[in-house]
Ligand binder design. Structure first.
Ligand code: MIC
Ligand code: SF4
Length: 644
């Protein structure tokens, strides 16, 4: 039987297990990436492992999220990250060099390799024919120490693209179409492998838009073959030597095949406040727009910004619209500056932001109250932009440019028969001077730690009996932005768990912190796909710090479930939706004989002391996960193993 692309790369990296769906496997990791908002904690954890130098082939530390320096915290974190990277053998991409996923694609992603990143959009690099997975910072720390990455072997879905899209339909619309069909949990436990004649015609940056947005399906990752288009891109990045051809066998098998006929697609748009609330732009047309933000790790490439610049050239944006442009990297920024396109954007009335995550993570540019903001980004979770009750729509750069000109949701096909052509450059501008190599005399490097960098909280082994009340009960699709918001106010506290924990669940219950403190911890109850979205392990670390012992939910998002286990919090699953309905906020729960109960079967018995009745929950933990929980988290588990 022939092999698909995923099987080929997994096979060459397999450390443990069999490549059958649902089997527990471990794969070796060639490359890691971190960004500053997750990086400080990742490196504090790496430090706790007491390993003198990273063991990966390549590890890169990026600074792109916490760029507003309204006080000392972010600047101090940058110094910590820079000195840490120098000492431990990590490349340091300085602030200003660009967004981790865009820079990694340009300079480091390599066909056939594996990448683990402490950011959920790490699959962006799947555009280069590599297995790139987003994970919690502790998993990345372990990988930097030479450990494998553990996961359940996902099902592999072939997404077969047929034909060529009509003018003004872009690669963004391909993934929006998949989100429309499959929803934000349609990819859980799956890897999407793209193929077919329609995939062959897409350039690497177009593929990256798709692979990046695959994270919103809840997928483990997304991958494209490495072919002539990959070769063309790597050559233009002066990295031809990194190219290999990587294709599935002609008789490769898949668990599922999804076909998209690109000729049937039209420009699409995701409505507030979920990436899967997709409709056609025609359907939404006419709604008044007050803000347009072009950029983020989705759609900030040279090709994207050149398209926007060509559309806006010689025109002025609508007087009611504020338009922002964030180039994805220094390479993109400098190229559009040197070729004059930046001048066209400025002349149209655009506000040019530095090359960073910016508005995508609420680092400024919150939209006006009640106003529609059109963004080329990947997430429109409620309140993420910084404005309560925000109205954020997600769409392609073509749609965004049309909206900026017209002041309302506008189908770009009204702008003319075809978008202005933008050819792929034969050669990108290469200047890696903002990527600092590690020190050759690491023993001389002192790590700088500002006052905001607090020691890592660690819990002891799992208790045998836990009791407490349900401090909060929430519904389906609670994102990590609900659990622990990002934005300019909270992000600077990422290296300070005592301070950041004050913001836990604040959007859902402003009293949560106070209650958890008074009660000394307890339980949280959630619905489907609990913990959807980002990889931020702070959404597990802060609950652990406040004494949350278990979450009870209908189902979990992949990365968040691992993060809970990594920090010793039980991710329990309701046996039936009835149980979810019966349990109430404020109920007092007790689990006894937990240590033996965990080891014995798949179910745990919980006493609801308030309602005076027992009920059962499912834990679905494999033997390694049980051991991690019994040890009180992955760090304790790893240290115990290192000693034995
Ligand atoms: C996001 O897009 O939500 C983030 C901010 O990049 C997160 C990481 C973080 O919270 O630091 C992600 O996607 O993992
Ligand atoms: Fe940054 Fe936004 Fe991409 Fe997250 S989704 S890495 S915040 S640009």
């Amino acid at each position: 039987m022939g092999k698909n692309l995923v099987q080929k790369i997994f096979e060459s990296h397999l450390v443990n297990g069999r490549l059958d769906p649902q089997e527990d496997i471990a794969i070796s990791i060639d490359q890691t990436l971190t960004q500053d908002a997750t990086g400080t904690m990742t490196y504090l954890q790496f430090e706790a492992l007491e390993i003198p130098r990273v063991k990966t082939r390549l590890s890169v530390s990026y600074v792109d999220h916490n760029m507003l320096q309204t006080s000392f915290e972010n600047a101090d974190d940058h110094r910590f990250l820079q000195t840490f990277a120098a000492k431990y053998g990590i490349l340091f991409s300085r602030p200003g060099n660009g967004i981790c996923h865009q820079v990694h694609l340009e300079r480091f992603a390599k066909p056939g390799e594996t990448l683990l990143g402490s950011d959920s959009h790490t699959p962006n690099a799947g555009a280069m024919g590599m297995i790139a997975i987003g994970a919690g910072g502790l998993d990345v720390a372990i990988a930097m120490g030479g450990g494998p990455y553990y996961l359940k072997m996902p099902e592999i879905v072939l997404v077969k693209l047929k034909g060529r899209p009509h003018p003004w339909v872009s690669s963004k619309d391909i993934l929006l179409e998949l989100l429309r069909r499959l929803t934000v949990k349609g990819g859980v436990g799956k890897i999407f492998e793209f193929g077919g004649s329609g995939a062959r015609t897409l350039s690497v940056p177009e593929r990256a838009t798709i692979a990046n947005l695959g994270a919103e399906l809840g997928a483990t990752t997304t991958i494209f073959p490495s072919d002539e288009k990959t070769h063309e891109f790597l050559k233009a990045q002066e990295r031809e030597k990194d190219w290999i051809s990587l294709q599935p066998d002609s008789d490769a098998e898949y668990h599922q095949v999804v076909e998209i006929d690109l000729r049937e697609l039209e420009p699409l748009i995701a409505q507030p406040s979920s990436p899967d609330r997709v409709t056609t732009v025609t359907e939404a047309a006419g709604r008044e727009v007050k803000q347009v933000c072009i950029g983020s790790c989705n759609n900030s490439s040279y090709l994207d910004l050149m398209s926007v610049a060509r559309i806006l050239k010689g025109k002025k944006i609508h007087p009611e619209v504020s338009l922002t442009i964030t180039p994805g990297s220094k390479q993109v920024f400098e190229m559009i500056a040197r070729n004059g396109a930046l001048g066209d954007l400025i002349s149209s009335g655009a506000r040019i932001l530095e090359s960073a995550c910016g508005p995508c993570i609420g680092m400024g540019l919150a939209p006006p109250s009640g106003a529609i903001s059109i963004r080329t980004m990947n997430r429109n979770f409620p309140g993420r932009s910084g404005t309560p009750e925000d109205q954020v729509y997600l769409a392609s750069p073509y749609v965004a440019a049309a909206c900026a000109l017209e002041g309302s949701i506008t189908d770009p096909r009204t702008l003319g028969p075809k978008p202005p052509p933008v050819p792929m450059p034969k050669k990108f501008l290469i200047d890696d001077s903002l990527i600092l190599p590690p020190s050759s005399t690491p023993e001389k490097v002192a790590i700088e730690r500002g006052p905001n960098i607090k020691p890592l909280p660690i819990r002891g082994p799992l208790e045998d009996s836990i009791e407490g009340s349900v401090i909060l009960k929430v519904g389906d699709h609670i994102t990590t932005d609900h659990i622990l918001p990002a934005g300019a106010r909270v992000l600077p506290l990422r290296s300070n768990i005592p301070a950041i924990s004050k913001h836990l669940f604040e959007r859902l219950d402003p009293e949560f912190f106070k209650k958890a403190k008074e009660l000394g911890g307890g339980f949280v109850v959630g619905g489907e796909n609990y913990g959807q979205g980002s990889s931020r392990e702070h959404a597990a670390l802060a609950p652990m710090y406040l004494g949350i012992k278990a979450i009870l939910a209908k189902s979990y998002a992949r990365i968040h479930r691992s993060n809970l286990i990594n920090f010793g919090i039980l991710p329990l699953v309701f046996e039936s939706s009835d149980e979810y309905l019966r349990i109430e906020q404020g109920d007092q729960l007790r689990i006894t004989n937990l240590r033996i109960g965990l080891q014995e079967g798949g179910l745990l018995r919980i006493e609801n002391l308030t309602q005076q009745r027992p009920f059962e929950v499912f834990h679905g933990l494999n033997s390694r996960e049980k051991e991690i929980l019994l040890a009180g988290g992955l760090l304790n588990y790893t240290r115990n193993h290192a000693k034995s």
